[in-house]
Design a protein. Sequence first.
Length: 391
Amino acid sequence: MSFPSAVVLAAGEGTRLRPLTRNRPKPMLPAGTRPILEHVFDQLIEAGIDSITVVVGYRGDRIRSYFGSSYREADLTYVRQDRQLGTGHALRAASSVVDGTSLVVNGDQLVESRLIDDVIATHDADAAATIGLVRRQDIGEYGGVILDDDGTVSELVEKPRDDRPYRLNAGVYAVEPSIFDAIRRTEPTDGESSLVDAVTTLIESGETVRGTVSDSYWLDATYPWDLLDLSDTLFDTGVIGDEVAPSATVHGSATIRSPVVIDRDCEVGPGAVVGPHTCLGENATVGSNAVVERSVIDADSRLGANATVVDCVTGIGVNVGHGSVVPGGPGDVRVGDRFFENEPIGALLADRVTDRGGVTYAPGTIVGATATIAAGATIRGKIEDDTEVRS
């Protein structure tokens, strides 16, 4: 069966990734040095998709302005989910532009094109839906699927807690138009209409839902430190590799330790050490004798002379001052009302954080957008957006 088009669900914020998502949605956060959503588009195009409908919502203007009306010769059409009321609700927003069988993928998770190929190859008109699955021991906070011996799906369970042989729901679906009626007939849970619940409605109505298990990779970033793991995995699987953009400037006395990605117009100063497992976004600067290791430094950010930055994630336009130190993880982190111990993050600095130099960040520190930190301060825990920290 041929699938020339796909629907990408990219309307959510990614609340557990705050404060990185204050100004942009989760699909626009960096996987390496490029937005997660760009990687999603790449894999769809590799699978032969040439027309993509993108459901946008929270900060959707950031997606529209970045990609425009096409990407790598694939046509992009945007529809808006005015309120973020779940994945089923998001797919319904695209119903007016979906004609017949459709491929549906999450825009905030990375899957390999061969998983998409497997879903396309497995689906036929006898099934109301086909789900892409991956083998994974720990389903954790994600969705599990029970697959019968004949390849039909018997049950979908969110965040399963028993020891049955689940496969992980990778968020890649082939669906027939009957999915829209199933969405309408499915009661919302906690005010949200879930695509998973709608697929369950299909099964309970006697419709055939198939699953296909792939050995391809599946990557997601649920919490800020996951962006470090995500880039590590992209390096390890070869999705991204050593790359220094031609327009980047690297001083002859600097040391580049593989693997790294140094994007366009970056500048690495004399005596600086970059890497390993480090991504420098467009127009980032690493000052003289600064050290940055296992970090994702987003666009337009500056690490001052003699700064040390380890296990760090930054937003856009962050300024780490002269001699400031992010010593690395593990650290204890509070996200919303949850507390996590010994997570592998030195610090998260959201968009346009500025420190005045000589600042020490305790492991696990989270600093909100546009916060300013006085010279010589020592900070820990969570600093709210727009805060001024005095020494």
